[in-house]
Design a protein around this ligand. Structure first.
Ligand code: NAI
Ligand code: MG
Length: 354
């Protein structure tokens, strides 16, 4: 019997609505598979907590989380708390403290009707973006000088350490080798004359150890164009923190929208827990109405099970999502259906065991 202890941070807005459906799926799997057991501990952190206690999470929050096998997060951020506080004091703090330096974001078209790109089929849009998740443009390094004065200056510095750059690029090469896929690096050496020139050099250097991996290197502007015009170019993509954030929103747009996009924050050494979350935010515009699409959150559960080494369940979830998407009438309004968040979770579980 394998026991996995999961910390739940449902967070704000639709976060708790979609996490509830993901947990429902995990509980159904536990019931069906006598070799797996899950425990769930819920943490009430987020913006409501901030408005009550003046902090996004407990001071010793990181300590409280460190012994779990995984963290399952909904979304954080809500009107009334500035986004840079909610994001930095919870989400980015966890990614950093637990050294979750790999962000895995699949860009996979599960049904041809879901893409706005004409004449693209499932085989054209099926790749994985590996985003650097611990430093780069999100390092929080900089300064704000002469605030409010005419000579005001702000500096936001990208931080690209050799260790940080090498490890993400090496992780990507390893994945490409393992899966026998091509690897594309996305950077911007022509304009960012320190950080991205360095990135390109490290990409080439490490590539010498992987002569079996076919590589490409694109500037981020060209890559954005190819994401839309020729997504079939990509198999595995490795890129920096900010570029990965932006590119994967394009990825979401070409595969069915925010209700489907998922991302895993991985600490590959398993020294700390990894964190699984839908890419979307707390969607205050639809929160509390039972309209949120839970599929992205359920896809996160698939990534979590893959990470636990339960790939058979991970695959089963993904193929069930594929099945679910064949009839969008029963899905949530963002997919053109009339179903509620709970309905979709229920139908999903029915299909998973059908
Ligand atoms: P958002 O992703 O919350 O919403 C963007 C649009 O997509 C909205 O129209 C929303 O209704 C729709 N949408 C998102 N997820 C959906 C779902 N599962 N089903 C149906 N429709 C869905 O992004 P927005 O509006 O920019 O941010 C809202 C708040 O969320 C902000 O406070 C922001 O900081 C936070 N946020 C948090 C993230 C996280 O916790 N990882 C990521 C992105 C934003
Ligand atoms: Mg984003």
């Amino acid at each position: 019997m394998k026991q996995f202890n999961i910390a739940l941070i449902p967070g704000d807005g639709i976060g708790s609505e979609v996490v509830a459906e993901g947990v429902k799926v995990l509980k159904a799997i536990e019931k069906a598979d006598s070799n797996i057991a899950f425990s769930f501990t819920e943490f009430p952190w987020g913006c409501e907590y901030y408005l009550k206690y003046g902090k996004m999470m407990d001071e010793d929050g990181i300590d409280q989380l460190k012994n779990y096998d995984a963290i399952y997060l909904g979304a954080v951020g809500y009107p009334g708390v500035p986004d840079h506080i909610s994001l930095r004091d919870l989400l980015i703090k966890i990614r950093k403290e637990f050294d979750q330096y790999v962000n895995l974001r699949p860009v996979t078209l599960l049904n041809p009707t879901l893409t706005p790109l004409k004449s693209k089929a499932e085989r054209d849009i099926d790749f994985l973006v590996i985003r650097e998740n611990s430093e780069g443009e999100y390092a929080g390094a900089g300064d704000w000088l002469y605030k409010g004065k005419p000579e005001e200056v702000v500096l936001q510095t990208g931080v690209f350490s050799r260790k940080g750059t090498e490890r993400i690029i090496r992780y990507a090469y390893e994945e490409a080798r393992k899966l026998k896929k091509t690897l594309t690096s996305v950077s911007k050496g022509n304009a960012l004359n320190y950080s991205m020139v360095f990135w390109d050099e490290v990409f080439e250097e490490i590539g010498k150890e992987y002569p079996d991996v076919k590589t490409y290197s694109y500037l981020v502007d060209a890559a954005s164009l190819y994401f839309v015009a020729e997504p079939e170019r990509f198999e595995i993509v490795v890129t920096s923190n900010l570029f990965g954030d932006i590119l994967t929103d394009i990825g979401a747009a070409i595969t069915g929208g925010m209700g489907l996009a998922t991302g895993a924050n991985i600490n590959p050494e398993k020294e700390f827990p990894s964190m699984f979350e839908p890419v979307h935010g707390s969607a205050p515009d639809i929160a509390g109405e039972g309209k949120a699409n839970p599929i992205a959150a359920i896809w996160s559960v698939s990534q979590m099970l893959d990470f636990f080494g339960e790939e058979a369940w991970g695959k089963a979830i993904l193929s069930t999502i594929r099945e679910l998407l064949m009839d969008t009438k029963a899905l949530t309004p963002d997919m053109g259906g009339k179903g509620s968040t709970k309905d979709v979770g229920d139908i999903f579980i029915e299909l998973l065991f059908a």
